[in-house]
Design a binder for this molecule. Sequence first.
Ligand SMILES: Nc1ncnc2c1ncn2[C@@H]1O[C@H](COP(=O)(O)OP(=O)(O)O)[C@@H](O)[C@H]1O
Ligand SMILES: [Mg+2]
Length: 272
Amino acid sequence: MAKALKERGAVAEAQPEVRLDTERDPIVVVDGLHIIYRVYSGGGGKGNAVSALRRIVKRQNRPQMKEVHAVKGVSFVAYRGDAIGVIGTNGSGKSTLLKAIAGLLPPARGAVYTDGQPSLLGVNAALMKDLSGARNIILGCLAMGMTPDETRAKYDEIVKFADLKPGFIDYPMSTYSSGMGARLRFAIAAARTHDVMLIDEALATGDAKFKKRSKAKIDELRQDAGAVFLVAHNLDVIEETCNRVIWLDDGRMKMDGDPETVLKAYTDATGK
Ligand SMILES: Nc1ncnc2c1ncn2[C@@H]1O[C@H](COP(=O)(O)OP(=O)(O)O)[C@@H](O)[C@H]1O
Ligand SMILES: [Mg+2]
């Protein structure tokens, strides 16, 4: 019988060894991943049109490329049924890692392998502000690859899950509070099963009741043999929802282990 190569829950400091579990079915493999953003840093103060024109005319002092090394050699394996919380201070690379897993950012080095289609649900997930909630549900479902019949069948469930104030479903989404928008976004995304679901801060604005429903929904998604990644500022949400936590620090993996151990180490280190 296959034996776990390394005990689950084992936690190491700084760039931990990748834990391989040969009894479980891997769904995401992140292998020595580096993500580097290349941004133009204006060579002479503010990058306004006049200074840009002057630079072009003189052919000098061209804006220089600046590199931001956001993810620095991260490796881990996520298995079917994993709900992985990703924590770390602002700028530690959480959103970048999720975007890379979603295939939205090319690795500078290393690689990401996913089994199935990843879907990223973020604070900026594309819903149309000028359209009503109802239209967004339909468009969102179709965009996720559902058929019109499947969309119709799920419609009522989505409306119920989002729990908007009466009537709001027919108003443009620009009239929604951030909490209402977040709930609707999550409700739409959760209407379909995802192989790999990446949630970046999207639950941040929900109230306690909604958090409970989202947790139930995430549990359901995990049981449908997918993996869920969750970035949340609220560590309680992570503790209640996840079976595993990855702590990023300045683009490096600081810890990968069970929620209790990693969250305690994190709160001890950051005083949060
Ligand atoms: N589009 C971008 N262009 C350039 N740098 C970026 C971009 N997005 C993020 N960064 C930088 O990459 C690092 C990691 O950012 P991010 O992944 O957003 O962290 P987190 O989600 O943990 O707050 C930060 O230094 C941030 O400034
Ligand atoms: Mg972020």
